[in-house]
Design a protein around this ligand. Sequence first.
Ligand SMILES: *[C@@H]1O[C@H](CO)[C@@H](O)[C@H](O)[C@H]1NC(C)=O
Ligand SMILES: *[C@@H]1O[C@H](CO)[C@@H](O)[C@H](O)[C@H]1NC(C)=O
Ligand SMILES: [Zn+2]
Length: 504
Amino acid sequence: MESGSWRFLLSVVPLILYVFFAIYTNNVHTSSKPAIRGCSLLPHDHYWIASKRIVTPHEIIFGAVEINSGVIVSVIKEKDMPGKVKNVPLIDYGEAVVMPGLIDVHAHLDDPGRTEWEGFPSGTKAAAAGGITTLIDMPLNSFPSTVSEETLQLKIEAAKGSIYVNVGFWGGLVPENAFNASILENLLNAGALGLKSFMCPSGINDFPMTDASHIKEGLSVLAKYKRPLLVHAEKQQEVELKDGSDDPRLYSTYLKTRPASMEETAIRELLTISKDTKIGGVAEGAHLHVVHLSDSRSSLELIKEAKVNGDSITVETCPHYLAFSAEAIPDGDTRFKCAPPIRDAPNKEKLWEALMDGDIDMLSSDHSPSAPELKLFAEGDFLRAWGGISSLQFVLPVTWSYGLKYGVTLEKLVSWWSEKPAKLAGQDLKGAIESGKHADIAVWEPEEEFDLDENHSVHVKHPSISAYMGSRLAGKVLATFVNGNLVFEDGKHAPGACGTTILA
Ligand SMILES: *[C@@H]1O[C@H](CO)[C@@H](O)[C@H](O)[C@H]1NC(C)=O
Ligand SMILES: *[C@@H]1O[C@H](CO)[C@@H](O)[C@H](O)[C@H]1NC(C)=O
Ligand SMILES: [Zn+2]
């Protein structure tokens, strides 16, 4: 093509797009500064989002949210719109719910080092498609594990230019660094939002388990930084498997190897240390967070007691413990293997009850995929398959769909998935639709149902290993805004991966 036609195209294409957009937003475009090329599916930096269901910290309103340069600058009710919303584009989402984007405090994206399992690009595309605007990546399953300043730098490098949502990082507390305060301090100074440790083998050789003395040391360093320690609370026990009745293809066999008493024993031990986090305690300022609680009986009771006693402690559970029960897991279907395991149906009922009552503080995905051959190999051998559920993109519709019969509300969703996680991760400017907060927003249709199958807009690297494939769910994500950029809409992502790394 000759240069004259190029010039013509260059001048006319933006004009056509501009006119199209002006019609689409039903408004007149004025002089707002265009967003960085490719970061947003919108050409605006300053705009309004309107809806009949905006979930704010105090109430659900019919109104509009004004966004400018990545920040929420005002939230107003419908009656005030005529005077205020003018000369700036408005996107009207009608009846769709506008709420804070989800903050997933527990995801394994396996980058760098095991990107054949997931990776930042596919993982954060899945997050964006699921209404998750921030996720905190776990320090293990990537290679190397994030246990020092240097290994954190590798993560930050790997994330650069390849994340579609915001990503923060937990560092690892392992025996190798637990007694060396300078390693831990360097890791925290470099931006780790807190630390994570295991009370049982992690499944990854270069991320060994910690004992009570390591945890005590870690907490004393964290106290100075006022950051949390996240703990995988299961303590190994010798479980005798009887010959004959212990077919490794049966889910019940796997369940027997990880009884609820493993969680209870670990939590009992943890609570001898959590006392230190009380006001006046030797680790005041530090905080303990129990990840992915599955046992809703004794373990939960212990945590409730510790809270009453003034320990600084919180607990999360995950959608798979709320959606599935052991009785219904098909033999050989290792997609459902995770640790701690999914327990019986009455346990699940009690988890919902605890969540609705606020005894469980928040939810996280614990998205923990692997290569399909590790997850689905060996003819359904539950004892040898990779443990971890692939769920990142679906946690919002799963929580909503399965929660309906327990009385889930939009406010509860925001508390479990945005407000409390923001607090845990020390992100005061996230987790709410409120003036001054970051414009991290999910727009979704709770009433819209869809069938989940591997061929339809699933963005994780290995859709087939997800236990949710084949489910019918309610709650379709329409649009996701990250830092004011429209990063996902109608099944499409913005071309640029413009999420930011969140460093403490
Ligand atoms: C802590 O680790 C650093 C870096 O590996 C090392 O130089 C230092 O000697 C260690 N300190 C102690 C007390 O072990
Ligand atoms: C997805 O597509 C593949 C290839 O076309 C096909 O073999 C498979 O059955 C499809 N899966 C579903 C759930 O439709
Ligand atoms: Zn995990």
